[in-house]
Design a protein around this ligand. Structure first.
Ligand SMILES: [Zn+2]
Length: 444
């Protein structure tokens, strides 16, 4: 990358810079939940990165379109008052003779670091692929019956909004620190297991600032509380955690906080990690490395420093290098060690450094397919289908956007984008200035 400003510019939806006229109002954004044939390239939601004001209505739309197996839920409220939205995808087969034990649940999360937009789009892509495969693919339907899937595209909604409105390369959340001019806690250093503030405690301005105590990061605390509450009060048993980040194309397993202590189930973790990398490679040909997160997080930059300077100074490609990401207090370790989730991974998506966090939008669909391949393999592995290559050839693919979606459980309807209606004004998403709402409406 030669021109950082240009790369940032180009990572926003093209409409805002190709069109010389003023950008359209949100209400006229060209997103329509078109159920008619479209291709990957023309599916407008995945053609560009999307702001919260589009992602949240899109999630609600999926819930209305697929009420049999999709529910939009909230993980909690962010520091600035936004919802942390999620899609719960699952079907509980009713079988009165079988006493229902805890519901096995798998979390697929992204957007913990605000600028890693590809993690958010990829979680959405994987969710969409799961949701639209239900009832069409036998093996995918089995996965949705066997587990509840929680897709959380924006764990850090305040930071994500900030990357759209102010600073494309913002990483942390947006909460106040002791230093007035340095906001933000690094959510992936906020969790309570082996929390370590040593390197950043005197520097709230640090991009990896861990806060002053464990779980000070508001969204990390909310997420952990939600998970505990689901476990204790909602009959959920969390069996898998996939935390998508970018960039460097790596599948990372615990521990993140140290390389000197091996996780008790090291071989199992490695086995599935290699399977995830293989599932990706079979899908796209892209190579994802497999290593312990402690090794993946310590990356030496070409100039020999292990923590390269912040990447907002252009024209020096050497500085665009995978930075030290995790360490103590990571979500990965907390889920694995504290919550006893047997299979927990952090997957760093594309690329390997050419564009880094400013990955061009043409990568959204190909990277989404890689993420979906990994998530699907993950489910198959947990169902006991180890080493599975493709148990249902031609069907187990990412959402084929060139085919019309089969609605499950209700008739096809025509859909139009209409202005937000008054009864929606009490909605919880007001903070994001949602100017439009995608509402379904029968034409006849
Ligand atoms: Zn990250």
């Amino acid at each position: 990358m030669h021109d950082l400003a240009q790369a940032i510019f180009e990572s926003y939806p093209s409409l805002t810079f190709e069109d010389p006229s003023p950008p359209p109002r949100e209400a006229s954004r060209p997103f329509s939940p078109d159920l008619h044939p479209s291709t990957d390239e023309t599916n407008i939601f995945f053609r560009e990165y999307q702001p919260l004001s589009v992602i949240n209505p899109w999630m609600r739309l999926l819930q209305s379109l697929f009420p049999t197996h999709v529910r939009m839920i909230s993980i909690g409220i962010s520091y600035e008052g936004r919802e942390i939205p999620a899609l719960r995808v699952g079907v509980h087969p009713t079988n009165a003779e079988k006493p229902s034990g805890p519901r096995k649940t798998i979390i697929v999360a992204g957007g913990s670091h605000a600028r890693e937009w590809i993690s958010t789009s990829s979680v959405n892509y994987a969710a969409y692929s799961f949701i639209t495969a239900y009832g069409r693919s036998k093996s995918m339907t089995q996965l949705i019956e066997a587990f509840d899937w929680i897709f959380i595209p924006t764990l850090n909604p305040d930071g994500y909004a900030y990357t759209w409105e102010n600073d494309r390369l913002w990483r942390k959340n947006r909460q106040q620190t002791a230093l007035r001019f340095c906001k933000g806690v690094d959510l992936d250093r906020s969790y309570g297991f082996e929390w370590d503030s040593e390197s950043t405690k005197n520097n709230p301005c640090s991009e990896s600032f861990a806060g002053e105590s464990p779980f000070e990061g508001a969204e990390a605390r909310r997420f952990a509380n939600w998970v505990r509450n689901e476990t204790e009060n909602n009959n959920a048993q969390f069996v898998g955690f996939l935390d998508f980040h970018s960039y460097s194309q790596q599948v990372l397993y615990p521990y993140s906080y140290t390389c000197t202590s091996a996780p008790p189930s090291l071989e199992n973790l490695e086995e599935l990690a290699i399977g995830l990398a293989k599932a990706i490679r079979v899908t796209s040909g892209e190579f994802y490395g497999v290593t312990s997160a402690c090794e993946g997080s310590v990356t030496i930059s070409p100039d020999g420093k292990d923590c390269p300077p912040r990447q907002d100074k252009p024209k020096d490609e050497k500085k665009l290098w995978p930075r030290m990401e995790t360490g103590g207090g990571s979500a990965l370790d907390w889920f694995y060690h504290e919550l006893k989730v047997s299979y927990a991974y952090q997957i760093k998506l594309r690329d390997t450094g050419s564009y880094g966090f400013l990955l061009p939008s043409k990568n959204i669909v190909p990277t989404g397919k890689e993420a979906f391949a990994a998530v699907e393999y993950f489910g198959q592995f947990l169902m006991g289908n180890k080493g599975i290559e493709d148990i249902e050839p031609g069907v187990n693919e990412a959402a084929d956007l060139s085919k019309p979606i089969e609605l499950v459980g209700e008739q096809k309807e025509d859909w139009v984008v209409v202005a937000r209606e008054p009864e929606m004004s009490s909605d919880d998403y007001e903070a994001e200035t949602v100017n439009s709402e995608l509402r379904r409406r029968r034409r006849r």
